[in-house]
Design a protein around this ligand. Structure first.
Ligand code: ATP
Length: 215
């Protein structure tokens, strides 16, 4: 089973650590603030007070044995970068870092971060997309310009098969799943018929998803 180290226990880091622990994973949680460490100690496997920019401290904690590190130490650019560098030098295979903006993110990628996340920006886009179109139930950006939406079927779609709708040729998007009540049909085929109140999970370029929303 994968082992995780979460560094920086603000709201984001603490939420990542708690969710991993709730799902049965081993989590080492690190923060330099003893109160933050204390408040998560009963939830995760180990919670330790340490400075994440101190290479010796990270070595002593055996951080090199972990499969994944999640770094979320706030807006301190140099601390984020230094910590990421140390983790990659210790050969942690997968390092995810929370960045406040894309410039910061670019630097983190250059020093070896395997994935940079922007939770505030992504959640803002997600909420805005939910708010502006009443038939869009959810939106996730997974690359710049590309996203996945969950959309309530329109009148026009009801009773038609995916083949008849030809969304791929019309809008260059792909239906990944149909949600029907509690059921989820993944990889639906051309013969699958759309029923009233179905929801489609669709992947595509944002501009094409926009067109689909008003279909
Ligand atoms: P959010 O709460 O929205 O996730 P955030 O991640 O931007 O915000 P903070 O709330 O400041 O920021 O959380 C950062 C955490 O990282 C704090 O608990 C802080 O003590 C910890 N931290 C900052 N620098 C270090 C460091 N060098 N070593 C270990 N922990 C650090």
């Amino acid at each position: 089973m994968k082992q995780f180290v979460v560094i920086g226990l603000g709201r984001f880091g603490a939420s990542v650590a708690e969710t991993l622990a709730e799902n049965g994973f081993d989590v080492l949680a690190i923060d330099k603030n003893p109160e933050r460490v204390q408040s998560i100690a009963d939830i995760v496997t180990h919670a330790v007070e340490a400075d994440a920019t101190d290479e010796e401290a990270l070595k002593t904690l055996g951080v090199r044995n972990f499969d994944v590190a999640v770094v979320s130490i706030g807006d301190n650019v140099s601390a984020n970068i230094l910590c990421t560098l140390i983790l990659k030098e210790l050969n942690v295979p997968y390092v995810v870092v929370k960045a406040p903006d894309s410039l910061h993110g670019k630097v983190l990628t250059k020093v070896g971060a395997d994935r940079v996340v922007y939770p505030e920006r992504d959640m803002g886009a997600r909420i805005a997309n939910n708010l502006i179109s009443s038939n869009v139930l959810d939106y996730i950006e997974f690359a710049p310009e590309y996203g996945v939406i969950e959309i309530l079927v329109s009148e026009k779609m009801i009773g038609k098969t995916l083949g008849e709708l030809a969304l791929r040729s019309k809008f260059n998007v792909n239906v990944m799943a149909i949600k029907r009540g509690q059921e989820l049909f993944i990889s639906p085929g051309a013969d699958d018929k759309i029923l009233e109140e179905d929801r489609l999970v669709v992947i595509g370029k944002n501009e094409n998803l926009e067109q689909l929303k008003s279909f």
